[in-house]
Design a protein around this ligand. Structure first.
Ligand code: HDE
Length: 678
C-alpha cells in the first residue's frame, strides 16, 4: 500500500532547522562579542539591577536579573546516591585483536580498532565535595563509544563486593554512609553503623578485607587496578560462549599511599587524585591500562575449580585463570566542562553490544535495573542519553519520544512499529547478520524462591586467601587498618562481634587486632588451609615506570637542580624546588610544602626549619626515597633521622632517584620503622 501521508522523516532538515542545531556536537559554545540573555538579547550591563534611582527599590520587571538568578538557583543537580565524588577523562581504547576467539564484539575483537572512551573514577561513600584520599573502594567506570553502540564497563578497584544480592544494596550503603542524624562521618567506614552491618552480614567479609588493605588508599588513579567484579558471558562469531571476568591492569603498577599520608593529604590537598589526573593529562603524561580477561569455560553449573562464578564475593585467582591482555586504554584528554561531562555521564550495565552478555549473578541483575532508574531523578527525566557525553557514536533510531528536557526535534509521524510510513523500506529488524543484539537462548527453570545457592555460604575462605597472599608489610597495614577503624566505634559490642568474624578468617590477624583494641582474641574456625595467590600482593620486586611521580628538592633553583629536573623530566617525573621564600624557579616555600605532595625528597641545603624537619620525618616514616646533596646530610641529622637507613641516597643523581621511585617505596626501611615504633 502506498503511504497516504508523505513521511517527513525522509526529508533533509532545513539548514537553519533546530533539528540540525540540536544535533551539532559543539552546541552551546559561548560565542559572540556581546553578552546576551538566554534569549539572545544583547546586554549593556550585568553588574547592576534595574532600580528606581541608585538607592532602589529593585524593579520586578528586570528580566535580566530574574533570569540570571533563577538559572543560578537551579545550577546543581542531585549528586549520585553513591560514587558522588569523582573525576574523569576521555581516552582511546585499542584492541589487540586476540579477543576474537571469545567475543564478536568488534571493539575488542578487531585488531587495532580504536574506540573513544570516557572513564570516571570515584570514591563510593563521600559527598561530591569530599576528599579524594579517604579509605574507600574506588569506582572505575568506562564508557566505550563503539561503532555497535555504547558499552559500559562499570567496575571498581576491588574485585569483590560486600553483598551477593542487589536487594541488600540500600542496607550496606545506609550503614556505610554518614549517620542520618548528623550527616557525619563524611567519606569514612570508621564508624559504628558500618562495622555493625558488616559484622552481622558476614558475606561482606571478603570485601571488608580489601577495604582494610592498601588498595583502599591508591597513590593515584594511575596506579589502581580495575575489575568488572561480576562474571560476564562472551559470545564469539561462531556462537561459542565463555564465562569471563574483566580486569584493568595499570601500566604504572599498583601503588598506594601510606595511611597517615592519605589522612594528611585529605587536608593538604583534598583534590589530590583529581589534580593528578588532570595535571598529568595536561602534561602529556597519560594514564595507561591494559584490559585483560580471565576466560573460564561456560559449564552448566557456572563454577570454575569449585568457585561459583555467579558469586560476586569471590575471585578466581590469576594463578588458576591467567589474565590475558586484550587491549590498551590511554586516557589522554581532559574535560572542558565538569558538569556537562563528568557530572552528567550516566553509566548503565545494560549498555551492551553483541558479543557481551550478562550472567545470572543476582547482584548484576539488580544493577541492570538501578543504573537507568537512578538517572531519572539525578538527570531529571528519561532523555539523559541525548546529553552530549551520553550520546552513542553509533546511529540512533529508537522511537523514544518526548519527555522532560527533550532536546531533539524528532521528525516524522510514525514513532511506532510496525508502520508503513517510514520511507520505502521502513525500519527492518536487525538479525545477527546485521549486527542485531540477539540474546542467547538460555533455558531457565526453577521454583520461585527468596534464597541463595548453597555455594554462596562460604564467607571466609577467600578473605583468608587474600590475607595469606599479601606480603608481611601489607598484612601489617591491614592489622593497623582494622585496629584504627574498630577503635573509632563507640559500641564495644560491635568491636567484639567483628573480632569474632575475623577469628573465622585468620587467628594471627585476630590476635593482633584484639591486642591493639585491648580485647581478648576470640577463638574461631578459620579455614584449615588456603592456597595463596601471589598476584594479589602489590609489593613485588618489579620496577615500574615512574611517569607522573613528583620529587621535591629542599634547596635552590640552581645548576644542579636544573640538571636533575632535566634528567628526570625525560622520564616524566616532575621536580619541584622548595626554598625558604618564593622567587623564580621556586614552586614551594618552607611554609607551603608538605611531605605528602612528593614521592621522593632531595635535601640539598642545610636548615633547621621546623616545618622542613616535619616534612623529612614524614617522608622517612612513609618509606620514601630521600636523596642527600652536600650540606643536606646535616639537615637529616637535625631532623633526627638515620643517614645510614635504607633509601637514604647519598650523592643521589637522577639515576638513583629513578631506580628508587620505580620500586614505589623503600620497602627495606619498613622493618626499621617498625622496630623504632615498638
Ligand atoms: Fe553501583 N551504582 N551499584 N556498583 N556503581 C551507581 O548509578 C548499584 C556496584 C559503580 O561514575 C549508581 O549512576 C547497585 C558494584 C560505579 O557514574 C547506582 C548495586 C560495582 C558507579 C548504583 C551496585 C559498582 C556506580 C549511582 C548492587 C562494581 C559510579 C549513580 C547491586 C562492579 C558510576 C549511578 C559513575 C554508581 C547502583 C553495586 C560500581 C545507584 C544497586 C558491584 C563505578 O545506580
Amino acid at each position: 500500500m502506498e503511504p497516504t501521508v508523505p513521511s517527513p522523516t525522509t526529508k533533509e532538515p532545513a539548514e537553519n532547522s533546530p533539528v540540525k542545531e540540536s544535533l551539532a556536537p559543539g552546541r552551546g559554545l559561548q560565542t559572540g562579542d556581546y553578552l546576551t540573555t538566554g534569549q539572545g538579547a544583547r546586554l549593556p550591563d550585568t553588574d547592576h539591577s534595574l532600580k528606581v534611582g541608585p538607592r532602589g527599590p529593585v524593579l520586578l520587571e528586570d528580566f535580566h536579573l530574574r533570569e540570571k538568578i533563577t538559572h543560578f538557583d537551579h545550577e546543581r543537580i542531585p549528586e549520585r546516591v553513591v560514587h558522588a565524588r569523582g573525576s574523569g577523562a576521555y581516552g582511546t581504547f585499542t584492541a589487540y585483536g586476540n579477543a576474537a576467539s571469545v567475543t564478536k564484539a568488534g571493539f575488542l575483537a578487531e585488531k587495532g580498532r580504536e574506540t573513544e572512551v570516557f572513564t570516571r573514577f570515584s570514591t563510593v561513600l563521600g559527598s561530591r565535595g569530599s576528599a579524594d584520599t579517604v579509605r574507600d573502594t574506588r569506582g572505575f567506570a568506562v564508557k566505550f563509544y563503539t561503532a555497535e553502540g555504547n558499552f559500559d564497563l562499570v567496575g571498581n578497584n576491588m574485585p569483590v563486593f560486600f553483598i551477593q544480592d542487589a536487594i541488600k544494596f540500600p542496607d550496606v550503603i545506609h550503614a556505610a554512609k554518614w549517620h542520618p542524624d548528623r550527616e557525619i562521618p563524611q567519606a569514612q567506614t570508621a564508624h559504628d553503623t558500618f562495622w555493625d552491618f558488616v559484622s552481622l552480614h558476614t558475606e561482606a567479609t571478603h570485601h571488608v578485607f580489601w577495604a582494610m588493605s592498601d588498595r583502599a588508599v591508591p597513590r593515584s588513579y594511575r596506579t589502581m587496578e580495575g575489575f568488572g567484579v561480576h562474571t560476564f558471558r562472551l559470545v564469539n562469531a561462531d556462537g561459542e560462549t565463555s564465562l569471563v571476568k574483566f580486569h584493568w591492569k595499570p601500566v604504572a603498577g599498583v601503588h598506594s599511599l601510606a595511611w597517615e599520608e592519605a589522612q594528611l593529604t585529605a587536608g593538604v590537598d583534598p583534590d589530590f587524585h583529581r589534580r593528578d589526573l588532570t595535571d598529568s593529562i595536561d602534561a602529556g603524561l597519560f594514564y595507561e591500562y591494559e584490559l585483560g580477561i580471565q576466560v573460564m569455560p561456560d559449564t552448566a553449573d557456572e563454577t570454575f575449580q569449585g568457585i561459583d562464578l555467579l558469586d560476586p564475593t569471590k575471585i578466581v585467582p590469576e594463578e588458576l585463570a591467567p589474565v590475558q591482555p586484550i587491549g590498551k586504554l590511554v586516557l589522554n584528554r581532559n574535560t572542558d566542562n565538569f558538569h556537562a561531562e563528568t557530572e552528567q555521564i550516566a553509566f548503565h550495565l545494560g549498555n551492551l553490544v553483541p558479543g557481551i552478555e550478562v550472567t545470572n549473578d543476582p547482584l548484576l541483575q539488580g544493577r541492570l535495573f538501578s543504573y537507568l532508574d537512578t538517572q531519572l531523578s539525578r538527570l531529571g527525566g528519561p532523555n539523559f542519553n541525548q546529553l552530549p557525553i551520553n550520546r552513542p557514536h553509533a546511529p540512533v533510531n529508537d522511537n523514544l519520544r518526548d519527555g522532560m528536557h527533550q532536546s531533539v526535534v524528532h521528525r516524522g509521524i510514525a514513532p511506532y512499529l510496525p508502520n508503513s510510513l517510514s520511507g520505502p523500506e521502513g525500519v527492518v529488524p536487525a538479525g545477527p547478520e546485521n549486527g542485531g543484539y540477539v540474546h542467547l537462548p538460555k533455558p531457565v527453570a526453577g521454583d520461585k524462591v527468596r534464597a541463595n545457592p548453597v555455594s554462596f555460604a562460604d564467607h571466609y575462605t577467600q578473605a583468608a586467601l587474600f590475607y595469606a597472599s599479601l606480603t608481611p608489610i601489607e598484612q601489617d597495614h591491614m592489622v593497623e587498618a582494622f585496629t584504627f577503624e574498630l577503635s573509632k566505634c563507640y559500641e564495644q559490642a560491635i568491636r567484639v562481634r567483628m573480632l569474632s568474624v575475623l577469628s573465622n578468617v585468620n587467628a594471627e590477624l585476630t590476635a593482633k587486632v584484639a591486642a591493639g583494641l585491648g580485647l581478648p582474641a576470640p577463638e574461631g574456625k578459620p579455614p584449615v588451609e588456603v592456597t595463596p595467590s601471589p598476584a594479589l600482593a602489590q609489593i613485588t620486586d618489579r620496577v615500574w615506570p615512574i611517569a607522573g611521580r613528583v620529587v621535591g628538592v629542599i634547596g635552590a633553583p640552581d645548576k644542579e637542580t636544573a640538571a636533575l629536573q632535566k634528567a628526570l623530566k625525560a622520564q616524566g617525573v616532575v621536580v619541584r624546588v622548595i626554598a625558604p621564600v618564593g622567587g623564580p624557579g621556586v614552586e614551594r616555600t618552607f611554609q607551603t610544602a608538605r611531605s605528602v605532595e612528593f614521592d621522593a625528597i632531595i635535601v640539598a641545603s642545610a636548615t633547621t626549619d621546623l616545618q622542613m624537619m616535619v616534612l623529612l620525618q614524614e617522608a622517612f616514616r612513609h618509606a620514601k626515597p630521600i636523596g642527600v646533596w652536600g650540606k643536606g646530610e646535616q639537615t637529616l641529622i637535625n631532623a633526627g633521622l638515620d643517614v645510614k637507613a635504607p633509601g637514604i641516597l647519598l650523592d643521589a643523581d637522577a639515576e638513583k632517584i629513578a631506580a628508587a621511585l620505580g620500586r614505589h617505596r623503600v620497602w627495606e626501611r619498613v622493618p626499621l620503622l617498625k622496630s623504632a615504633a615498638s
